[in-house]
Write a protein that binds this ligand. Sequence first.
Ligand SMILES: NC(=O)c1ccc[n+]([C@@H]2O[C@H](COP(=O)([O-])OP(=O)(O)OC[C@H]3O[C@@H](n4cnc5c(N)ncnc54)[C@H](O)[C@@H]3O)[C@@H](O)[C@H]2O)c1
Length: 285
Amino acid sequence: MTIKRVGIVGSGIMGSGVAEVAAKAGCEVVLRSRAQESADSMVAGLEKSLGKQVDKGRLEDAERTAVLGRVRAVTELSELADCDLVLESIVEDLPAKLALFGELDGICGDDAILATNTSTLSVAAIAAATKRPDKVCGIHFFNPAPVMSVVEVVRAESSSDATIAAAREFAEACGKDVVDVRDQAGFIVNALLFPYLNNAVNLLDSGAATRDDIDTAMKGGCNFPMGPLELLDLVGLDTSLAIIEALHAASGDPSDAPAPKLAALVAEGKLGRKSGEGFYDYSKK
Ligand SMILES: NC(=O)c1ccc[n+]([C@@H]2O[C@H](COP(=O)([O-])OP(=O)(O)OC[C@H]3O[C@@H](n4cnc5c(N)ncnc54)[C@H](O)[C@@H]3O)[C@@H](O)[C@H]2O)c1
């Protein structure tokens, strides 16, 4: 594979999941977190996840040791200087991503590919923050990255064929089925999924049905593995709100505006599973 050393920036839900799949694919992984504490807790989380797989007989003990040996947690961005690919997985906020790509562009080697795991934001805008827009694309993993089978490879107008080919090769080496999509808000999955999730919140807020009945209805009625409110909690309500805001900005359609209840929960710090409470309470689980 062209890509041997992968840098991952961002130590949230997605960063740790992608680190696991990349290390399992045989890549050296440099995991960058702003604080040593979160870098260490990501490695601890990875150890736990791999340990569970060994206990269930899905992973050899020797392989667990080898995978962990390929992952290094760091706090300095400069440690990503010799990566072939850097996959950004920080907060879904365009100014934060633009600032990061500008910095990465100055740090990484001229041949390095800089990819974003954004759910909805413009890959072209992110590419324009660098002097290598041909080497920027989207590599959109789903949550949880070790489990979900698909990756969207997003081609901005500036992305070169070689960049897209290397991104595809990397995602396939991670064991994923790759779909290609052009750079438009929400790509394939989130463009279709988030209007539905947003409508579920408005339905709840209207008093038409309870939280549990909405989730039960969509699981039993549509054969979905999770209800919409459970899924929003899994994704993170702040990330979900940012995704819906970006879709709304792209369409300009008032009916795409974020559900007021979703914004209210985020304002209260209720972000879903990651904060311990969202539509459901996880503090006692
Ligand atoms: N949660 C999902 O289901 C999901 C799925 C696919 C893609 N994504 C995308 O992946 C990215 C990360 O999402 P997540 O769910 O892991 O979020 P998260 O909230 O779990 O983690 C975000 C991380 O970014 C860090 N961060 C915030 N501002 C930063 C900055 N300025 N510089 C560096 N780090 C910063 C935070 O400390 C945190 O560790 C987003 O672009 C999101 O849209 C999320």
